[in-house]
Design a protein around this ligand. Structure first.
Ligand code: NDP
Length: 474
């Protein structure tokens, strides 16, 4: 074992921290691990098996194990635990130390921490990490932001452990301030949207078309082999084959239909509302989880509001259209999230490179998908693209399939199967490509009841009309 000091240390040896330490050690780095509950340190050392991993059960010993300037990554729950760890570490850190928060921290907390720590000469990096336990162990997607010079100190470690796609690491320095945690937040918002679409497609096929779990497995597997190739599609296919040891049936049928959330989807929607960016596909995914949680009320409502319809069409056609609709709706979901990133970058001065974001989302993370290669190409061709739907190739792909999305939405409505994700995607598409929207009427109403004024299509200026008297005042 090397006597040299460790290249980096990790605090919080839970699911993510433990696996990241193993990943770093596999890439030849000497790594130190600390955990509040010392049994996790013992578990890490037991798993080390000859790798250069050192354990510490106090912060003093932990910091002593690290080379100068020290680099420390925290993998603890967002919020107070992060501030608590920083508070305990601070007296032990020398100026120049690099502290990285790899948790799902709220970007405004990261911004505050960057400023507070900079005053003490400590560099703070907010780094989004995606890929779950498997990704952390064998290659996550990493989204760092913060002081650029501090990122250089840790870049070799993180480029080595990140997932690789065509030899390119799924990590790039995203920008100043909390840019990394912001991008991770939007990643999770898109994740909510994609999961909602897949859940709706399942509902349509199972409850609507009456397909079996085995048929669903085969269909999602086929989807995953084509242009819908995506991690979430792949795991969805897998889920339908898992037997339940307790009931003897399939596990998926025994899982309570009430979805939980930790808040990153809601943060994305709140941010989008704050910045005035439409993200309906993410919004309906967040509220869809709230609706699912109203289990008791839904059971009661199902008695007084029975579902009206049954399917009597051609299943193969319906599934084929659903496949195309899922492709279109997924593109629309990514487009909304990336449009939010574009606006946030301008508002907050992050200087985000969306081609880079698409590139690092191609591997390692939960929303990795073949279509990200297309998005990357679109941003390479036009870095300032306001919305992916304006890319000529993607627009063509949408045009070819929008009839399938429309048919799917009609079918869902006819069968009384809730499909807010597909409906929101279609409404977004139809709104975004409408040269003229009925917002003129809204402006007229606002002016009518509140004298809020309006602009005209045929001349400059602000106008108000005395609507009751039917006379215009310039
Ligand atoms: P786990 O629950 O598996 O582990 C949490 C770790 O944090 C444990 O080591 C725990 O220590 C430590 N911890 C908790 N509270 C405190 C505290 N107040 N002070 C010091 N240490 C504390 O969580 P994960 O590893 O899954 O997640 C860690 C972070 O990574 C979170 O922010 C999470 O949102 C994020 N993340 C998780 C992903 C996942 O798929 N799991 C994916 C991407 C990001 P102890 O053993 O003593 O309780």
């Amino acid at each position: 074992m090397s006597e040299q000091k460790c290249e980096i240390g990790l605090i919080g040896l839970g699911t993510m921290g433990h696996n990241l330490v193993m990943n770093m050690a596999d890439h030849g780095f000497a790594v130190a691990g600390y955990n509040r509950d010392p049994s996790r340190v013992d578990a890490l050392l037991a798993a080390a098996e000859g790798r250069d991993i050192r354990g510490a059960k106090s912060f003093d010993v932990f910091v002593e194990l690290l080379r100068d300037p020290c680099a420390i990554m925290m993998l603890v729950p967002a919020g107070k635990p992060v501030d608590g760890v920083i508070e305990q570490l601070l007296p032990l850190l020398k100026p120049g130390a690099v502290l990285i928060d790899g948790g799902n921290s709220y970007f405004q907390d990261t911004e505050r921490r960057i400023k507070e720590l900079a005053e003490k000469g400590i560099h703070f990096i907010g780094m989004g990490v995606s890929g779950g336990a498997e990704g952390a162990r064998y290659g996550p997607s990493l989204m760092p932001g913060g002081p650029a010079e501090a990122y250089e100190r840790v870049r070799p470690v993180f480029e080595a452990i990140a997932a690789k796609v065509h030899g390119e690491p799924c990590i790039t320095y995203l920008g100043s301030g909390p840019a990394g945690h912001y991008v991770k937040m939007v990643h999770n918002g898109i994740e909510y949207g994609l999961m909602q679409l897949l859940a709706e497609s399942y509902d349509l096929m199972k409850r609507g078309l009456g397909l079996s779990n085995d048929e669903l497995h085969t269909i999602y597997q086929e989807w995953n082999e084509g242009e819908l190739n995506a991690f979430l599609v792949e795991i969805t296919a897998d889920i339908f084959t898992r037997e339940d040891e307790l009931s003897g049936g399939r596990l998926v049928d025994q899982i309570l239909d009430a979805a939980r959330q930790k808040g990153t989807g809601k943060w994305t929607s709140e941010e989008a509302l704050k910045l005035g960016v439409p993200t309906p596909s993410i919004d309906v995914a967040v509220t869809g989880r709230y609706l699912s949680a109203l289990k008791e009320e839904r059971v009661a409502a199902s008695q007084v509001l029975p579902r009206p319809a049954a399917f009597d069409g051609d299943r193969e056609t319906a599934v084929g259209q659903l496949r195309q609709a899922t492709y279109v709706a997924m593109i629309v979901t990514y487009a909304q999230g990336l449009a939010l990133l574009r606006e946030a970058s301008q508002t907050y001065g992050y200087s985000l490179d969306l081609e880079g974001v698409a590139r690092i989302w191609r591997g390692g993370c939960i929303i990795r998908a073949a279509m990200l290669e297309e998005f990357r190409r679109a941003y390479l061709a036009r870095p300032e693209l306001p919305n992916l739907l304006l890319d000529p190739d993607l627009a063509m792909a949408m045009r070819e399939r929008e009839g399938d999305l429309r048919a799917t939405v009609q079918r869902a409505a006819g069968l009384a199967i809730p499909a807010p994700g597909f409906m929101a995607a279609l409404a977004y598409l139809d709104s975004y490509r409408s040269e003229r929207l009925p917002a003129n009427l809204i402006q007229a109403q606002r002016d009518y009841f509140g004298a809020h004024t309006y602009e005209r299509v045929d001349r400059e200026g602000t106008f108000h009309t005395e609507w009751g008297a039917m006379s215009a005042v310039g």
